[in-house]
Design a protein around this ligand. Structure first.
Ligand code: UDP
Length: 234
């Protein structure tokens, strides 16, 4: 395996699957099965999931909810998604620990780098929920922060497209995919890989990002093996 400790970032929206809202049990089970393929290879896996399928602070504030209050609601949404994933992993016999930027006794213990690394080394998947624990941030930023904290080799950003394109592949049929990009190129071309806070954290800490299609079975393992899948930003 090319990578031995990874941080997998999944968007909350992706969990909606075909339903278009909430958590699609089939999608969840599919993701758990993909994750199992790399856990079985003894890869240390940390996971950050978004909450956009349930609540986003910005959207809430557009509807009149106070921004900070809404952001905490969004952070709680990530805890719900993380619990769902923990359950799905458990059904496949995968042990995991739920940590978070916000602690919720007795379901989610406060994120600590030392404990997260300990759990990984013991063979648990570490699901790190609750974002950064602060409003005005995103789970992309949380994934960059957690990856740097736990000294992951890479962030694997699971999406529903094959990688990073020069235009939106879901809107523009002529869009072409990049196989590799430097942080500088990605920045100069204004490519939206992660928000700028997350992107900067990765760049400053030399943490590569692989953007790939998480909905294609087998892809996650290929990426971890270092096969030519997705777009590598480094
Ligand atoms: N959020 C936050 N701080 C964080 C991470 C997330 O306030 O560190 C809130 C924010 O309101 C965000 C919501 O949680 O809109 C859900 O996260 P995100 O939008 O990143 O989820 P995704 O788009 O990946 O599903």
């Amino acid at each position: 395996m090319k990578y031995t400790r990874i941080l997998l970032k999944l968007s909350g929206e992706a969990l909606e699957g075909a339903q278009g809202y909430g958590i699609d049990p089939k999608r969840l089970a599919g993701y758990a099965a993909e994750i199992k393929t790399i856990v079985d290879e003894n890869v240390q896996v940390a996971i950050v999931i978004g909450g956009g399928n349930i609540f986003r602070g910005l959207q809430g504030s557009a509807e009149g909810v106070d921004r900070v209050q809404g952001d905490y609601m969004g952070m709680l949404a990530t805890v719900i998604n993380s619990m769902a994933l923990q359950d799905a992993l458990g059904k496949l016999g995968i042990r995991s620990k739920l940590l978070g930027g916000i602690a919720i006794d007795p379901i989610c213990e406060r994120m600590s780098r030392v404990r997260a690394i300990e759990y990984l080394e013991q063979g648990n998947v570490a699901i790190i929920s609750g974002g950064t624990g602060n409003p005005y941030f995103t789970t992309d930023t949380a994934s960059a922060l957690r990856a740097v904290e736990i000294k992951a080799d890479v962030i694997l950003k699971g999406t529903r497209v094959e990688g990073v394109y020069n235009a939106d592949p879901e809107k523009d049929p002529t869009a072409t995919k990049y196989d590799t990009l430097s942080f500088e190129e990605a920045y100069e071309k204004g490519l939206k890989i992660m928000d700028l806070t997350a992107f900067t954290l990765c760049k400053e800490n030399n943490l590569p990002i692989v953007v790939f299609n998480m909905n294609t079975p087998g892809n996650l393992k290929k990426v971890v093996k270092g096969e030519k899948v997705g777009t590598v930003v480094s």
